[in-house]
Design a protein around this ligand. Structure first.
Ligand code: UT7
Length: 314
């Protein structure tokens, strides 16, 4: 077995759209500051939906787009840092909702880099022969972990989910998921925190901003190098949607003027582990990236963790 590939994508967002003006009624901020400093215009905020509800809705769409059925799936992995329940994990809840019988099912928590970690873990499982068809999901309900009186965080976050169906490639087919570059800076782990029981997200925004705009571009380049793809060949760059200025800073250092740069942050805010599959699913739905074209994914955040890989667009 040579590797694995993304077969299809799907996403789910709650229906409630929250504007910057609405946030400005809660804390001292304004639309112009949020647009200029972060790049967010709106975000979606969940109502009764749980993380598992959103994860299952995204997975259901990805499965419908794949041509496979629930009976074909033998692995479910969910990246999330906002699951309230310790057990059952979100992956088991998704499997139950979708009628997937007896899959291996587990959650991954590396905060905002979670989807890229989960995707590579799934790729490795398929390469090792431990699974054949998997669903990998990024899902977050950050609104439950947001202090709506703290303007340094409440302007940023949103809720949602994105999912990918990943399958084994044929022996004569090139791998569709490239080698991962992953790691962390544990001694700076306190820069983004969700500590204690049902607490709020707290972060040293400027410190994370500086780290993201200085340390990550060389690591993203490494992911291209390991995949044998020159950055000039990338059709799209889909990084974690943390801040428009961070995205532009990394893209500039990668020198990829030909690539589409995902900017789902504008309409969805920062959805942590959900942001990459959400943005990628929308690009594919709008047919902005040709099938088979190389796309660089790069997640980063709490931990401080990071992970990225080049994938072939489904
Ligand atoms: O996704 C997980 C990983 N997290 C990240 O990647 C986040 C990275 N960091 C960031 O995106 C940015 O640091 C933030 C968006 C969190 C903050 O933006 P910033 O440009 O770093 O703002 P700042 O904290 O340096 O504040 C600049 C000014 C300050 O005023 P003075 O002292 O210059 O007068 C703040 O008090 O902006 C003020 N400010 C605000 N003004 C209006 C801070 N927050 C707000 C606000 N509205 N919401």
């Amino acid at each position: 077995m040579s590797g694995s590939k993304i077969l299809s994508l799907g996403h789910y967002q709650p229906s409630r759209v929250v504007t910057n003006d609405e946030i400005a009624q809660l804390v001292e901020t304004n639309d112009e500051w949020i647009r200029d400093r972060v790049g967010i215009v709106t975000r979606r905020i969940a109502g009764d939906e749980t993380v598992a509800d959103m994860a299952a809705a995204a997975a259901d769409k990805a499965l419908a787009n794949s041509g496979l059925t629930a009976a074909d799936i033998d692995l479910v992995v969910v990246a999330t840092c906002t699951s309230v329940d310790r057990s059952p994990n979100v992956a088991c809840r998704v499997a139950a909702k979708l009628g997937i019988a007896a899959p291996a099912a587990f959650d991954v928590n590396t905060a905002c880099s979670g989807f890229a970690y989960a995707l590579s873990t799934v790729d490795h499982a398929i390469r090792a022969g431990a699974a054949r068809n998997a669903i990998v999901i990024g899902a977050e309900k950050l609104s439950e972990f947001t202090d709506w009186t703290d303007r340094s965080t409440c302007i940023i976050f949103g809720d949602g989910a994105g999912a990918a169906v990943v399958t084994a490639t044929a022996e004569d087919e090139a791998p569709g998921i490239g080698p991962v570059v992953w790691g962390s800076v544990p001694e700076r782990g306190d820069a983004v925190r969700i500590e204690g029981w049902r607490p709020y997200v707290a972060q040293e925004g400027q410190a994370v901003f500086r780290w993201a705009t200085t340390a990550l571009a060389p690591l993203a380049s490494q992911a291209c190098e390991r995949a044998g793809v020159d950055p000039s060949e990338l059709a799209a760059f889909v990084p974690h949607q943390a801040n428009s200025r961070i995205i532009d800073g990394i893209a500039k250092r990668l020198n990829i003027p030909q690539a589409i740069i995902a900017k789902d942050i504008v309409e969805s805010g920062n959805t942590s582990a959900a942001s990459i599959p959400l943005a990628l699913s929308k690009l594919v739905e709008r047919r902005e990236v040709p099938s088979g074209a190389p796309v660089l994914l790069f997640g980063f955040g709490g931990g401080l963790t990071y992970a990225g890989q080049v994938v072939r667009c489904p």
